[in-house]
Design a binder for this molecule. Structure first.
Ligand code: FE2
Length: 255
């Protein structure tokens, strides 16, 4: 089953009364993720971030595990637009362009999610550090894979309220989300071993939104945190994905 059909789509431009609540509620319980129609963000990425462009120093070691990727992190709010490392100014400008395409949608996404999909009285927009966002640009390339490794990034959950993931290439790029109803496990490592995963292909003018562990703690199991991974191979085809570039906006950090 294609994730194009698996993950529900949130289109903010339609009347809220016509939202497909049932489909969104069910998809969010099952995958902890949804698609968001956001042509402005998608096009800002396509315009600003050329593929095959890796303009920064290698950062192969991150966390507990060696990963075949390079990353640059940007901490816009807390550090007054000063990125955590020193990427070229041109790249910083591109990242800000993507962030500025997201900001007009931010409150609507959180309000629709709270009031119409999750039906919670928790006002997510007044949560501490709601407006604090970290951004990451990730670049994966197959020749840096450790021999025998099949994932660019292992199964994990993100820690904040929401993650907005922007990608530019079309079709499958290795992103997969767990079907949380296919396992009773709660730990992301065990879910990674046991659950069924569905691919999430890139669709023009859309971004993917993951629910993080903080929103699950606030709201409960109708807002389950998404377990996601990045395979280095197209599912069922054994075809390597030579490179992959993505930008993630992490909304409201874990506290
Ligand atoms: Fe993630």
């Amino acid at each position: 089953m294609s994730a194009q059909n698996s993950l529900p789509l949130l289109d903010l431009s339609t009347a809220r009364s016509s939202l497909n609540r049932t489909e969104l509620q069910r998809g969010i319980r099952r995958y902890g993720a949804f698609r968001l129609l956001a042509p402005g963000i998608f096009r800002a990425f396509a315009r600003a971030i050329p593929h095959g462009y890796s303009p920064f120093g290698s950062e192969l070691i991150r966390g507990k595990r060696r990963m075949p990727k390079e990353s640059v992190y940007f901490y816009r709010q807390r550090d007054q637009n000063t990125p955590s490392s020193e990427p070229p100014a041109e790249l910083s400008g591109s990242i800000i362009e993507i962030l500025e395409a997201w900001h007009p949608l931010r409150n609507d996404v959180f309000e629709v999610l709270s009031n119409e999909i999750l039906n919670t009285t928790t006002d997510l927009t007044s949560e501490p550090l709601f407006e604090y966002e970290t951004m990451a640009l990730h670049y994966y390339v197959s020749h840096k894979l450790v021999t025998g490794e099949r994932d660019y990034s292992p199964a994990h959950k993100d820690g904040g309220l929401l993650t907005i993931l922007v990608r530019g290439m079309s079709g499958p790029d290795g992103l997969e989300v767990a079907d949380l109803e296919s396992t009773n496990e709660v730990d992301s490592g065990k879910i990674g071993l046991e659950a069924s995963f569905v691919p999430v292909p890139v669709i023009a003018d859309e971004v993917v939104v993951f629910l993080g562990t903080r929103i699950q703690r606030l709201i409960g199991d109708q807002a389950r945190a998404c377990v996601h991974r990045v395979s280095a191979f197209v599912q069922d085809k054994d075809c390597p994905i030579e490179e992959r570039l993505s930008v993630a906006i992490f909304c409201a950090p874990p506290i």
